[in-house]
Design a protein around this ligand. Structure first.
Ligand SMILES: O=C(O)CCC(=O)C(=O)O
Length: 325
């Protein structure tokens, strides 16, 4: 028996087609105020009580705060994942029988924070493969391009290229030299079909993990930009770990080449797995040994890259103007 709330309405065939063709869709007022209150409470808890990983991710840019796997320690976000209509919306978009939760991530940019999120494809970061993967980006403040709303290259999820994983904090260990450099999209905006939206709390963006996306810094003087990303997986997703992909610091039972399993990636639909659900009764912190190994791997990769070619040359992306709509 599923526990998730029904969405306000079923998605239309046209909306599902748009998601599949464009690789992104904005769903207007898809989240009721009670769910948004939970998103906001979870973000506020994480803002004031960062995890070790969150502090590591946010170390480089004052005013740009990130955190990850929040739901593992913040109960209201665990409840959002198990009970909100998000899993059902993801099921419809991915056309999947099963929906698992992959992980959540917080992105907060304070007013006046000149910190873009570089253009990237999420799947280049992740230790999974498959087509039925969908992220939701849920802002709890009004957003537009000025205060760092997300921009997408429409249809780029169908491009053959796989681009290097450039994270906002430029984590070296996940930059895979076998992948292509990301083109400097903002330097040649006319060459790309860019799309973005003005959004209100309650609106969500749903996007495919290969759709190129990024955001300007927050140029607003007054408006903070707080957002929570929820990542969902479906039937065809397999676990594909590698030293060049985001490490998972939490317990799970997935085997390389097999489906996602276990407490880190709980099944939500068609019904939760009792053992995975019980595993979350104890809030879990990222395992220290794994964190230490990741930090070491990153330091070695960063040293290697500096030796190979200057980072500025490798990572160049133009994000200096807000670009008129
Ligand atoms: O909020 C941002 O600027 C980045 C969000 C993002 O890249 C994502 O959710 O995949």
């Amino acid at each position: 028996m599923p526990f998730v709330a029904q969405p306000r309405r079923a998605l239309t065939a046209e909306e599902i087609r748009t998601y599949q063709e464009d690789g992104v869709i904005m769903l207007k007022q898809a989240m009721d105020p009670n769910w948004m209150a939970m998103v906001e409470a979870g973000i506020e808890e994480a803002r004031h009580n960062s995890s070790v990983l969150g502090r590591f991710m946010s170390r480089k840019v004052e005013g740009y705060q990130m955190d990850i796997f929040l739901w593992k320690r913040i109960d209201i976000l665990r409840d959002l994942i198990y009970y909100s209509p998000c899993a059902e919306l993801a099921r419809q978009l991915m056309k999947s029988e099963e929906v698992r939760f992959f992980y959540d991530q917080m992105f907060v940019k304070e007013p006046g924070t000149d910190a873009p999120t570089p253009w990237h494809q999420d799947l280049s970061f992740w230790p999974i493969r498959g087509e039925q993967i969908c992220s939701f980006w849920i802002p709890c403040d009004p957003v537009n391009r000025e205060n760092s709303g997300l921009l997408y290259v429409k249809g780029s999820h169908r491009w053959p290229q796989r681009f290097k994983a450039i994270s906002p904090d430029y984590v070296a260990s996940i930059i895979d030299d076998d992948m292509e450099d990301i083109p400097d999209i903002n330097a040649n905006p006319g060459q790309y079909d860019l799309i973005d939206w003005d959004m209100e709390p309650g609106d969500i963006l749903a996007f495919h993990p290969l759709t190129l996306h990024g955001s300007y810094g927050n140029a607003s003087r007054k408006r903070r930009r707080r957002a929570l990303a929820l990542r969902w997986t479906g039937d065809d997703v397999i676990y594909a770990p590698s030293s060049k992909r985001m490490p998972i610091h939490y317990r799970h039972a997935s085997v390389e080449g097999g489906p996602l399993r276990g407490g880190a990636f709980p099944r939500i639909l068609p019904a939760p797995d009792p053992a995975e659900r019980a595993a979350r009764l104890q809030p879990e912190r990222a395992r220290f040994g794994k964190l230490a190994a990741s930090a070491m791997g990153n330091a070695v990769a960063a040293a290697r890259q500096t030796f190979k070619r200057p980072r500025t040359e490798q990572l160049k992306q133009t994000w200096t103007t807000q670009g008129e709509k």
